[in-house]
Write a protein that binds this ligand. Structure first.
Ligand SMILES: [Zn+2]
Length: 235
């Protein structure tokens, strides 16, 4: 069998398992307690360590997120050997890190500092491997600094939540390096803006309601934009 097909199949399996595992990590962080792993998220019944992976016998609730995450990450992972130009050994960990942070931010507008610090270290090491120390450090500075400036100025009309975006800016920065980080921040901002516009239009037209003040998660779009650019990097 073709080596690339073998890699893809391996990544399909790895992505699926990682998706289930990352759902556990996300659950603990979002709930701020380990109980999320062992108790039904709807009725709170104690179900043991398989709670996230099966239907609750008490209330019938079936946690969907683990399976959505496993399926999505498996599919994206399997595509990496074709989609990306970086070696999958570098591309896959970055993809998994971005995926986890995007999910947590999407679910709860949350950027968990200890987790994103670890992600910056891991992805930073990959960044140094891929485009050198200087580019990675400059990317970190520009990424975090750029988001910090935007945060300070309140330029983004999308939403203001806190300094979480500065951390995510740093994460994007180490992965894309200098000068890629500039395009990354720009594309992320544009994607978030398009989404915000879509939400506002949808509510205005469908429900005759103005939701311009409603916060939307910015992080997932920043990460998606950076990831799309990442696929085009490398030789
Ligand atoms: Zn239940």
């Amino acid at each position: 069998m073709d080596a690339r097909v073998m890699t893809s199949l391996f990544l399909l399996l790895l992505g699926g398992l990682a998706g289930l595992l990352l759902d556990g990590v996300a659950t603990v962080i979002l709930r701020a307690t380990w109980q999320g792993l062992t108790h039904c998220e709807r009725c709170g019944a104690r179900l043991g360590w398989t709670a996230r992976w099966r239907r609750c016998p008490h209330c019938g609730h079936w946690p969907r997120r683990p399976w959505v995450m496993a399926g999505l990450l498996a599919l994206v992972s399997a595509g990496l050997p074709w989609l990306g130009r970086w070696p999958v050994l570098a591309l896959w960990p970055v993809t998994a890190c971005f995926f986890l942070h995007a999910v947590i931010d999407w679910e709860d507008r949350l950027v968990y500092t200890p987790l994103v610090s670890v992600a910056i270290l891991i992805c930073g090491a990959i960044g140094v491997w891929m485009h050198g120390l200087a580019s990675t450090l400059l990317g970190l500075l520009i990424g975090a600094g750029g988001m910090g400036v935007l945060y300070g100025l309140g330029v983004l009309f999308v939403r203001w939540r806190g300094l979480g975006d500065v951390w995510l800016g740093g994460l994007v920065g180490v992965v894309l390096g200098w000068p890629g980080v500039i395009a990354g921040l720009t594309l992320g901002t544009m994607l978030a803006g398009l989404y915000a516009l879509g939400v506002v239009l949808y509510y205005a037209l469908r429900h005759r309601q103005w939701v311009g003040e409603q916060p939307i998660p910015y992080g997932p779009f920043l990460l998606l934009g950076a990831w799309l650019l990442l696929l085009g990097q490398g030789s």
